[in-house]
Design a protein around this ligand. Structure first.
Ligand SMILES: Cc1cc2nc3c(=O)[nH]c(=O)nc-3n(C[C@H](O)[C@H](O)[C@H](O)COP(=O)(O)OP(=O)(O)OC[C@H]3O[C@@H](n4cnc5c(N)ncnc54)[C@H](O)[C@@H]3O)c2cc1C
Ligand code: SF4
Length: 592
């Protein structure tokens, strides 16, 4: 029996970027706001201080900052005919946990999505006709335009101190930036990071091939920076322990230090960690949330009554909580009806590895999560879909991330795979290898979706979330075509064919595998839209069915782009928080 706690005005579930932004924006309103985070409390000092924070075994192999899979996980299958099995070890994505969520240990690539990526359906049909969209593709536009969200992208970038170079300032193409970029109202807050050797070689090669390289926008600060909220971020020192690690310099923007201190400065804001939300409680009509039930670290259950519930529990957590709580109609792939679990999408990754001459040195132990150079020539709608035979495309890049020896040990083909021979081979190539990688867009399909697993349960007895996903023909084509481009660029860099090819997991007739890590960029499941028949939340991320529940995060994105999602996720969280503070709180009820 859960202990009933005194009521509060607002409960926020999760302390990642979405929960953190909501907390920071709502805490100063004078309302009683409680944030519930399933993971532990953590802060830069002492948790992320060097040298102990550079423990590769702990953070990059054992993934100390990720969710505890022994308590809850997902099940996975490729299609409806299969029985889904639980992810018992970290697989294709890493769900974050602890204060700051994945934002505490992400890489920091901070994109704005392109204009077409906000209107994929109408943008495609206008240019290529309806026949370009396969029948099973659930392509949908965002319910808001790039222009609507632009000021919120700008805000998120300024909070994070993004280092980059504008490519399109108020409609004017800028030298050195991305010429395909949508118009920006201002330059990035910081100049680009210092390029690595691999980036310089990629830049020269892609320019020779007539492409348009530019520095990846990075929430790894190229200089000391004080953001508009007065939060100081340090300068990145390219420590090489970035992705999956916390940052000792506060150079990698994270909600744990950009959002939480500001929220916690308000006396009516309370943070409770080790608080696992099990359910959103609804009243007898099923149309109004009355609060949440959560379990603490000792397994005690509490009911926290609240007038407003904001979910920021990542794609999987948001959808799982909605399904467990009966918020919105579950998606049915057979009829393509229902909305919760609809339009799940992922991203494709692959590329080529290049060995360069032994007089040119890379220093893979120095790098940062978002350090890289990119081309957008084959992404978004920057190329001819009809000619290519597919929608979406991919970005291509070279960079220098966390090259710690436990995770990065390139050797030439044919060399020993273990023992002294392997060590010698690795020493020969470690500083003379670079990658040319791609990140492909993935559209949503009626057969790729999320629902509750009929067999497996978590430590609290709730059905696990089940993911059903496979590559479709469009994405297979994107991977094949982009891999060929990567090979071309790799050949241009090395003067010969690349040493090792990794065409992406769709080649050679392979289906999607959930086993190797690929990317944590899941999207969909509670998409936003203008039509309650095809979206779970409205344009302000408010549940159509239970209007005092808002659902923030990449679960709102109707399909995935060829770039990382946290730029839009952060911008959308600011957009939704603005609507909550300035519209909903003044007149609680449906905003649309
Ligand atoms: C290793 C890694 C690298 C990444 N790099 C990039 C990158 O370079 N660029 C980019 O754009 N994106 C990147 N991402 C993705 C990015 O981190 C996420 O898009 C972003 O952090 C999502 O924010 P969120 O608030 O939606 O979710 P999260 O950050 O996942 O936060 C959700 C929080 O909710 C908590 N929670 C979940 N369920 C419950 C529950 N039931 N009760 C209580 N609490 C709960 C979790 O513990 C977590 O703290 C990366 C992710 C990972 C893991
Ligand atoms: S590489 Fe830079 S941003 Fe990343 S953890 Fe190290 S100092 Fe921080």
């Amino acid at each position: 029996m859960a202990t009933r706690l005194p009521p509060v005005d607002v409960v926020i579930v999760g302390s990642g970027w979405t929960g953190g932004i909501a907390a920071k924006e709502l805490a100063p309103t004078g309302l009683k706001v409680v944030m519930l985070e399933r993971g532990k409390f953590q802060d830069t000092s002492p948790d992320f201080l060097a040298p102990q924070s550079h423990d590769a075994l702990k953070y990059s192999r054992r993934l100390e900052l990720a969710q505890d899979l022994s308590k809850e996980t997902i099940t996975f299958r490729n299609d409806m005919s299969q029985t889904a099995l639980p992810m018992r070890q970290y697989g294709f994505f890493i769900p974050g946990s602890g204060l700051g969520g994945s934002g505490a240990h992400w890489s920091g690539l901070t994109w704005r999505w392109g204009e077409w990526e906000h209107r994929m359906l109408s943008g495609t049909v206008e240019k290529y006709g309806k026949s370009m969209v396969p029948e099973d593709m659930n392509l949908q536009d965002w319910p808001i335009s790039y222009k609507d969200i632009e000021p919120y992208y700008d805000r998120f970038e300024k909070v994070c101190g993004v280092s980059g170079k504008a490519g399109n300032l108020r409609g004017r193409i800028q030298k050195g930036g991305n010429p395909f970029e949508a118009p920006r109202s201002s330059e990035y807050p910081l100049p680009p990071m210092t390029p690595s050797q691999s980036m310089l070689m990629f830049e020269a090669a892609t320019k020779r091939l007539g492409y348009n390289p530019f520095p990846i926008p990075a929430s790894n600060c190229s200089d000391n920076y004080v953001n508009p909220d007065g939060i100081a971020l340090g300068q990145c020192h390219y420590c090489g322990h970035c992705t999956n690690y916390g940052c000792e310099a506060n150079a990698k923007a994270s909600p744990h230090f950009t959002m939480m201190p500001l929220a916690r400065a308000n006396k009516d804001f309370e943070l409770r960690t080790n608080a696992m939300v099990l359910k959103v409680n609804l009243d007898s009509t099923g149309k109004r949330a009355t609060g949440v039930t959560y379990a603490d670290a000792r397994g005690r259950e509490f009911e926290q009554p609240a007038d407003l519930v904001i979910l920021g529990a990542f794609v999987t957590g948001n959808v799982q909580l909605m399904l467990h709580s009966g918020i919105g109609t579950p998606y049915d792939p057979k009829t393509n009806s229902g909305v919760v679990g609809r339009n799940y999408a992922y991203q494709s990754l692959g590329g080529a590895r290049v060995e360069i001459d032994r007089d040119t040195y890379m220093n893979p132990f120095m790098g940062s999560g978002a350090l890289g150079t990119w081309i957008d020539d084959f992404a978004s709608d920057n190329f001819d879909f009809a000619k290519a035979g597919f929608i979406g495309g991919a970005g291509i890049s070279a960079g220098q991330n966390s090259g710690d020896p436990l995770t990065y040990h390139p050797t030439s083909p044919g060399k020993p795979r273990w023992g002294a021979g392997w060590k010698k081979a690795m020493a020969e190539t470690y500083q003379h290898t670079m990658g040319v990688g791609f990140q492909g867009a993935v559209m949503s399909y009626r057969q790729n979706y999320l629902d509750l697993d009929p067999t497996y349960r978590d430590a609290w007895g709730r059905p696990l979330l089940r993911l059903t996903f496979d590559w479709q023909e469009n994405e297979q084509k994107v991977m094949a075509a982009t891999f060929a481009r990567c090979q071309q660029i790799a050949g241009e860099i090395s003067g010969k064919r690349p040493a090792v090819a990794s065409p992406g997991r769709a080649m050679a007739g392979r289906r999607f595998s959930s086993v190797p890590y690929q990317t944590s960029h899941n999207t969909g499941g509670a998409v936003f839209g203008n039509d309650p028949r095809t979206s779970a939340v409205n344009k302000y991320c408010q549940s159509w069915d239970v209007p005092n529940v808002f659902v923030l995060g990449a679960s709102a994105l109707p399909q995935n782009a060829a770039r990382n999602p946290t730029g839009p996720v952060g911008a959308l969280a600011f957009w939704a928080a603005d609507a909550i503070v300035n519209k909903y709180l003044k007149r609680p009820g449906r905003l649309v």
